[in-house]
Design a protein around this ligand. Structure first.
Ligand SMILES: [Mg+2]
Ligand SMILES: [Zn+2]
Length: 174
């Protein structure tokens, strides 16, 4: 059960993965390439403290292209889970991954809001009290089509700390 002590706080935050939570190394194909964006560990810890659900919605066409297997994609996620937990007890409640190619015209690839809608139904969330955070237009479009608030952040490519900090911690508590 989600305890809402502060009615202005979101019920859930949906994050894009590459370029938003971790460095975008074009295609992340190995757990070694998982580099947390500065500020993310603290942000996820804060969200957890407030009982706000955290989800990842990620397009991983590298799977469909054969750059990595589904199993390897899961290992990358395990690494990310581990880093988040170790560096602040942050928790991702569920990961929604589209492994398809754009040409597959699947329904789950962002900017389709399929996973966002699905999560809202499955978890009983009010989309208007959820955020979609990403570094690409397709993330923002998916969020808007699902009726969520959106936050576009600069793409994080592993640059130095401080130059691409996410502002959500300021936004959600304002
Ligand atoms: Mg991205
Ligand atoms: Zn898909």
């Amino acid at each position: 059960m989600i305890l809402q002590y502060h009615t202005h706080l979101p019920e859930a935050v949906f994050f894009d993965r590459d370029g938003t939570l971790i460095a975008d190394t074009h295609y992340v194909t190995s757990p070694d390439q998982v580099i947390l964006r500065p500020g993310i560990a603290n942000l996820l810890a804060t969200l957890r403290y407030h009982n706000i659900l955290c989800f990842i919605v990620t397009n991983q066409s590298g799977v469909g292209r054969g750059y990595l297997t589904y199993y390897e994609a899961c290992r990358i996620q395990k690494r990310l889970d581990w880093l988040l937990w170790c560096s602040g007890k942050g928790l991702i409640h569920h990961v929604f991954m589209c492994p398809h190619l754009p040409s597959d015209q699947c329904q789950c690839r962002k900017p389709n809001p399929y996973f966002l809608n699905h999560a809202c139904l499955a978890y009983g969330l009010n989309a208007r009290r959820c955020w979609m955070v990403g570094d690409k237009k397709s993330d923002i479009e998916a969020g808007k089509r699902a009726g969520m608030k959106t936050l576009l952040v600069p793409t994080f490519k592993g640059a130095k700390e401080g130059d691409s900090k996410i502002q959500l911690d300021r936004v959600i508590t304002s």
